[in-house]
Write a protein that binds this ligand. Structure first.
Ligand code: SF4
Length: 332
């Protein structure tokens, strides 16, 4: 199959598919109005058959990896049907899901049987009360049990995503890093982005990831882990003697736009060429017309931004963030 590339020569292999804007947690930095909790589908959301149509066309173009996101994808009443449908598509050889882990202990076995390959688990605190505060009432124990069950069910590699927040979970960096010593986990720190117009909050919570390396070096010698690790944005390293790996995802202080390989589809059917841009194209009018659907996806790839224009320092890069949608309406 011919490689799917954009005008800057980047190979596009990865589709992030948001299946809901709903979530069973309410992290303060993720959603604009915590009042919008609940699990009933949102007006204008795509149906199961729509996700399979989009997945099939994307696979036909050369995309071979799909990540299911949200909100919280596990609150979607048909998530197992979506997983098994996508897992059986020709050409898709990596199907993963990003979850807050709250429902994972209960669902990991069914997800694995439905064909899911692996999970990324969002976890911003290892401290019960801090976790409750960040998530507006979540139970840390549920997510920790979800991690254990995912390892037991072979949904590997299990990746932990920690959004690093100044003054909120900065003091927990060492505990997160130490998790990699004895657990088969990839613990990845992610820089805080001003998603959904949160530029005002940015300087309050943003902390460059160099802080993580400073602390990791005090624990044990670090070595870089070479390889592209599935083409994702993380840079990986490992503490001496550790079972797991440490990952750094720094879209602001050290962007990775030159190797961007993705498109995003929102749960209301818009395809986004870039997380930072406000551009989006509506797929819904074309869902029953495969050729048209293919052309809209190709148009979105044509509109991916020039990586050479991505600013190289955090503040300037922050100002380039034009996207107005809150993270919960994009899917990360
Ligand atoms: S900011 Fe846009 S171009 Fe850069 S890596 Fe993210 S999605 Fe790709």
């Amino acid at each position: 199959m011919r490689k799917l590339t954009d005008q800057y020569g980047r190979e596009i292999t990865y589709l992030r598919l948001s299946v809901t804007e709903k979530c069973n947690l309410s992290c303060f930095y993720c959603r604009s109005d915590p009042g919008k909790c609940g699990i009933e589908p949102v007006e204008g959301s795509l149906e199961v058959k729509d996700y399979l149509k989009i997945g099939r066309i994307a696979a036909g173009l050369g995309i071979n990896r799909i990540r299911l996101t949200g909100g919280e994808p596990l609150v979607h009443p048909d998530i197992l049907e979506i997983v098994s449908g996508l897992a059986n598509l020709d050409g898709i050889n990596d199907l993963s899901l990003t979850t807050n882990g709250i429902l994972l202990e209960k669902m990991a076995s069914q997800l694995a049987k439905a064909g899911l390959n692996r999970v990324n688990i969002s976890l911003d605190s290892l401290d019960e009360s801090n976790f409750r505060q960040i998530t507006n009432g979540g139970k840390l124990a549920s997510t920790l049990k979800g991690i254990d069950r995912s390892l037991d069910e072979g949904l590997k590699p299990v990746k932990i995503n920690v959004v690093l927040l100044k003054g909120i979970n900065e003091h927990e960096i060492e505990n997160f890093v130490r998790l990699t010593l004895s657990r088969e986990l990839d613990v990845r720190f992610i820089e805080y982005m001003p998603v959904g117009g949160q530029h005002g909050n940015w300087s309050r919570y943003f902390l460059p990831l160099d802080r993580v390396l400073e602390i990791a070096h005090t624990i044990a010698p670090l070595s870089i882990v070479e390889g592209n690790h599935g083409g994702g944005p993380a840079r990986y390293c490992r503490l001496e003697g550790a079972i797991g790996k440490l990952g750094l995802i720094s879209p602001l202080s050290r962007h990775f736009c030159d190797r961007c390989n993705r498109l995003r589809v929102t749960s209301d059917g818009k395809v986004k060429p870039c997380l930072f841009s406000d551009q989006e194209l509506d797929l819904r009018p074309h869902l029953d017309h495969p050729e048209q659907l293919k052309n809209v996806l190709l148009e979105a790839i044509k509109r991916k931004p020039d990586p050479g224009k991505s600013a190289s320092n955090s503040l300037a890069r922050m100002k380039q963030f034009e996207g107005k949608r809150p993270m919960i309406n994009i899917g990360g």
